[in-house]
Design a protein around this ligand. Structure first.
Ligand code: FAD
Length: 412
């Protein structure tokens, strides 16, 4: 088999992380070849953005497309107790000035297509309908890919740096045996789409509402275009998949038992299909090595509660692109060089992890935390908007007085 392609950087996966990273690197003057197994638009879960994604959209140059889209504008988040008690909505404008205080609820087929087309317009070589079979190594140094064309044969790609942006498929994590479950975070999810779910008036129409359930789980309620609402349950794997119920019956039963949510869906009809996913959380013991690096969900995924997935996908993509650029310029693609950004990102992920543990602890509430540590209220809000890639040690220490800190994923 002949080597058919040569590239500075070969990217596995054309989701938001892969598309953003390849765009940034191409603009910095490097040739980037991106392999995506699907033909877009393709379905994907993960529809709610947080405000700190704004800077990435601005740098990428896709704000005009988002502004003219029909994606609902998201100004706020609200939590509702199982009995229907509602927190005051948290409006992002309380912390952020200007237009970046409003973000979007995106239909991912359309959003991901905008991102990938934009990458191509910026000069990224996008190969759709190509599945990466495995990463090729010379010793421990990654130096290319084995790629299979849909319905065709295999070909090799040679690259100076390989980026795994394959999302939950975690191609390199599986190939190198690095993927692990996150201790004590065994959640699963079932979700579907309702037509004609109730919308709140005014600027609350596009809010994310989190409905807590009696059993310790929660539902997301995310308004989307065309009068569709995305509704999903997250709970312990046993609670979601523990009996013989099919996902649709499970979703319908649980919605029925969550009265405030059932009220919002009184006039609504569930559309097909209902989807489910087991064991949401995982991480990799190493996320970079000589000639390779992981970004987005290919690195790790914790929990959807704070809608941080797309923010971390874009954040890791931007930071990794900068490190790859410097590594290529200096002809040093060692793990140390490529992974220079990792400890700052890892600290941010640890902060989110700690707050996730707090959310699932029945003794914890945001109100209690804010009353006990009023000086940390701003930091709490920063977590909700995604402003976590900075020194949050004071916040973590305060939180640790109420909820023990989970082990750092960087040191497990
Ligand atoms: C239940 C649930 C709810 C969520 N809700 C939210 C939310 O509200 N807000 C939020 O921000 N995030 C949410 N997320 C997380 C969000 O979906 C992800 O963080 C985000 O999609 C990560 O982007 P990515 O580019 O890393 O991966 P993906 O978007 O998964 O992209 C990976 C791409 O790689 C391609 N690929 C995979 N393997 C190969 C291969 N071998 N060869 C070629 N191509 C390949 C895939 O086809 C895919 O297009 C949620 C996740 C779950 C599970």
């Amino acid at each position: 088999m002949n080597c058919e392609l040569d590239s500075d950087v070969a990217v596995i996966g054309g989701g938001p992380a892969g598309a953003a990273l390849a765009t940034f690197l191409t603009r910095l003057g490097h040739q980037c070849c991106l392999f995506e197994q699907a033909h877009f638009p393709r379905y994907h879960i993960g529809e709610s953005l947080i405000p700190n994604t704004y800077t990435f959209f601005q740098k990428l140059g896709i704000l005009p497309q988002l502004k003219k889209s029909d994606f609902p504008r998201k100004h706020s988040v609200r939590f509702v107790s199982p009995k229907g008690a509602e927190t005051t909505p948290f409006y992002f404008s309380e912390r952020i000035q200007g237009e970046s205080a409003v973000t979007w609820q995106v239909e991912r087929g359309a959003f991901d297509q905008i991102m990938l087309n934009h990458a191509q317009c910026n000069g990224v070589i996008v190969k759709r309908g190509t599945r990466v079979e495995r990463v090729l190594f010379d010793g421990d140094r990654a130096n290319g890919l084995m790629v299979k064309q849909n319905g065709g044969g295999c070909f090799k790609v040679r690259a100076r740096v390989v980026v795994d942006a394959s999302g939950r498929a975690t191609l390199l994590g599986n190939q190198l045996g690095l993927k692990r479950p996150v201790p004590c975070l065994e959640k699963s999810s079932v979700w579907g789409y309702y037509k004609h779910g109730a919308r709140l008036p005014g600027i609350d129409a596009g809010e994310t509402t989190i409905f807590r359930t009696h059993k310790g789980g929660w539902f997301w309620y995310i308004p989307l275009p065309d009068d569709i609402v995305s509704v999903g349950l997250v709970d312990e794997t046993n609670a979601v998949f523990g009996d013989l119920c099919d996902p649709k019956q499970r979703l319908l039963n649980e919605v029925r038992q969550c009265r405030p949510l059932a009220d919002r869906l009184r006039e609504a009809a569930l559309t097909e299909p209902v989807r489910g996913l087991k064991n949401l959380a995982y991480y990799n013991t190493h996320t970079c090595g000589p000639g390779w690096i992981m970004v987005g969900d290919a690195r790790a995924f914790l929990d959807p509660i704070y809608s941080s997935g797309l923010f971390l996908a874009l954040g890791s993509a931007e930071a990794a692109a900068q490190c790859i650029h410097e590594a290529l310029e200096e002809d040093d693609v060692s793990a140390v060089r490529l992974g220079k950004f990792e400890s700052a990102l890892g600290d941010g992920v640890d902060t989110i992890h700690h707050l996730i543990k707090a959310f699932y602890d029945p003794t914890f509430s945001f109100g209690k935390f804010a009353r006990r540590f009023p000086e940390q209220k701003t930091a709490l809000v920063d977590c909700l908007i995604g402003d976590v890639i900075k020194d949050m040690s004071g916040f973590r220490q305060a939180l640790g007085k109420m909820i023990p800190s989970p082990p750092s994923l960087q040191r497990l």
